[in-house]
Design a protein around this ligand. Structure first.
Ligand code: ADP
Ligand code: MG
Length: 628
């Protein structure tokens, strides 16, 4: 019998202190929500006991929205307003979508906006709004089941999702009024669900995640190193999934039917095909349990055995294994270096898939957790940790850098050293040089953000490296290293390579920045991308002007009096003033023209100086320099 515990008065942790958190698998075909309750992560069911929510949204005339099974059922009769597979469009631009045209049954609105809009009876809807409906439904389900408001969620995304797709996922969550602790890669979530990050006995471990869903196949190769998951390679096929297995069976049924059916009209044909597809799916799923299944549709009666089925889908299986081979090659790994293979997606229920994947990786894949639910479960575990419900457990170090880190270079420009979304810990070094002759100190200005110019980014720290030996401009080699440790602490050091003069500073990069501030900085960088490019060009041109002026001034200070006549000096100084004025102007063309003019005007002087150098050298006065 367990001992009852008694806590000091007033010291007991009230039950309401447990923060409600959930993990959401926002899938192409199906979506799920899961949560950790009494130490166990489980998916949450709807009123009818269904865990999987079909990712289908249907808009109705009265402005109401159906999500899930009811919308899916209506899909066959109301193709226009029922929207499936919206994840394929999330974060994609109009141009990306054009390539999918014809594949998707939606009517796109012709707009100038860069986001594709789908025409529905309730108005034009963006993929973000449509995805938000799915998230809202899951939020309501979770809050009802858990009995309170969700403090935060972890939403999973495919490992290959780019910034725009991730951002769109976050935007959808914001529309659904969800607080996103973090987006998590789907394969990483699956690995967490299996606890592969726990009790690590080896330093480093390679994991393959094989995810065969309804319409997509993803293979991810992960490296787990001290709690940090790193995606080494991703591969797959965005148009290969369970649906294709249904197709293969439907094709087989159609062949059997061929002789028997008289010619139907188009409408009847479509209706028939849909029914055949539905039967095909039922048969496929039944074959997971049974050795053979009776097929009955459109007057056709027959039996499909597992062996026959395998023969039908053989090319599909081969295709997925081909992607696995390529992903391993991309990761520069051999099959035997993979320590665990995790199965994800409803289609990995099929025994033949398990068998073939096992043969390929030469080990039985992990299938104990329901492959439909494994991603949501991993996300729930992560959400529970981030909510602070397990204070004594080791925090999973899955962090990425939210904003790029860089430093100021001459002309007020920013050179990015570590790109945002890089997993930490990370270290990167880059060499810089001096701008002026005999420059003996260099200021290192550390910045955070996505924009091109210093003013538009956030200043984190500034320090000066001194003791740079006297050298001509551009000769010194200063190595600047940015190092971010597992807690997100940034350490910047600068070292002059010749003398080893060194200077270091430590900063906390995201300190004081709220999520919204981070997001707006990212959005700004997108909206201002073009502007920034122009600003960058202008700055670069101004730096070029400075360099030209600097060189002229240095030369004139040395031998302007001896090599130039009074008139010649005047001409050069006029060109110089013109360049100084042009430098203030806002167009790169004006500056460029003034630089060219300056160079042309000074050409005779440059030639004369060169001559002079050779002559003095030949006269033996400066023999050392000549030898150089
Ligand atoms: P997604 O990740 O794309 O949202 P899921 O992981 O939910 O998709 O997988 C859906 C697919 O899984 C469908 O094609 C469905 O037919 C298939 N599936 C579900 N259960 C079984 C089963 N028992 N046997 C074979 N396939 C199944
Ligand atoms: Mg999935």
């Amino acid at each position: 019998m367990a001992l009852l515990q008694i806590s000091e008065p007033g010291m007991s942790t009230a039950p309401h202190e447990h923060r409600l958190a959930a993990g959401i698998d926002l899938g192409t075909t199906n979506s799920l929500v899961a949560s950790v309750r009494s130490g166990n992560a489980t998916t949450l069911a709807d009123d009818q006991g269904h865990h999987l929510l079909p990712s289908v949204v249907r808009y109705l005339k009265d402005g109401s929205v159906q999500v899930g099974q009811s919308a899916q059922t209506a899909l066959t009769k109301d193709l226009q307003n029922g929207i499936a597979s919206i994840k394929r469009l999330l974060g994609r631009s109009i141009t990306d979508v054009k390539t999918l045209d014809g594949v998707l049954p939606y009517e796109f609105v012709n707009t100038n906006s860069s986001v594709p809009l789908i025409h529905t009876i309730a108005g034009d809807k963006s993929p973000i709004e449509i995805s938000a409906e799915i998230l809202k439904t899951l939020k309501t389900r979770a809050e009802k089941t858990l009995g309170g408001e969700l403090k935060g969620v972890v939403i999973t995304v495919p490992a290959y999702f780019d910034d725009a797709q991730r951002q769109a996922t976050k935007d959808a969550a914001r529309l659904a009024d969800l607080n996103v602790y973090r987006l998590l890669n789907e394969p990483t979530a699956a690995a967490i669900a299996y606890g592969l990050d726990q009790n690590q006995t080896v330093d480093e471990k390679i994991i393959a995640v094989y995810d065969l869903g309804g319409g997509t196949f993803d293979i991810s190769i992960l490296r787990l190193n001290r709690g940090v998951f790193e995606v080494l390679a991703t591969g797959g096929d965005s148009a290969l999934g369970g649906d294709d297995f249904d197709h293969a069976i439907a094709q087989w049924i159609l062949q059997q039917l061929k002789q028997a059916t008289p010619d139907d009209n188009r409408q009847q044909k479509i209706k028939k095909l849909r029914q055949i597809m539905r039967e095909a799916r039922r048969v496929k799923e039944a074959l997971t349990e049974a050795e053979e299944v009776t097929v009955s549709t459109q007057g056709f009666e027959g039996i499909l055995t597992r062996t026959q089925f395998v023969a039908l889908v053989e090319p599909l299986i081969k295709k997925t294994l081909f992607s696995c081979r390529r992903a391993l090659r991309d990761a520069e790994l051999e099959k035997n270096e993979v320590m665990d293979v995790v199965m994800v997606g409803g289609s990995t229920r099929m025994p033949i898939i398990r068998e073939r994947v096992g043969e390929f990786f030469e080990q039985p894949p992990l299938v104990d957790i329901d492959p439909d639910k494994v991603v949501a479960i991993g996300a729930a575990i992560q959400a529970d940790l981030l909510a602070g419900n397990k204070p004594d457990s080791d925090m999973l170090l899955l962090d990425v850098i939210p904003l790029s880190l860089g430093l100021e270079t001459y002309g007020g420009l920013v050179e990015k050293i570590i790109a945002r979304n890089t997993t930490i810990p990370v270290a990167k070094a880059q060499e810089f040089t001096t701008f002026k002759d005999n420059q003996n100190a260099m200021t290192i200005h550390v910045l955070q953000g996505e924009r091109e110019t210093v003013e538009e980014n956030r200043s984190l720290a500034k320090f000066t490296l001194r003791g740079i030996p006297a050298m001509v401009a551009g000769a010194a080699r200063i190595k600047v290293t940015f190092q971010v440790d597992a807690d997100g602490l940034l350490n910047v050091s600068a070292e002059e390579q010749l003398t080893g003069a060194k200077s270091t500073i430590e900063v906390k990069p995201s300190y004081g920045l709220s999520d919204t501030a981070i997001e707006s900085m990212i959005t700004d960088s997108m909206t201002h991308a073009k502007e920034d490019m122009q600003a960058r060009k202008l700055r670069e041109q101004q730096v070029e002007a400075d360099r030209t002026l600097e060189a002229l001034d240095a030369a004139m200070a040395t031998d302007g009096d001896t090599l130039l006549s009074k008139d010649e000096r005047k001409i050069l100084l006029e060109a110089r003033s013109a360049l100084v004025i042009a430098k203030q102007s806002a167009t790169t063309e004006t500056i460029d023209a003034a630089i060219k003019n300056m160079e042309k005007t000074a050409a005779f002087y440059v030639a004369r100086r060169m001559d002079g150098n050779i002559r003095t050298a030949m006269a033996g006065k400066n023999i050392n320099k000549f030898k150089d």
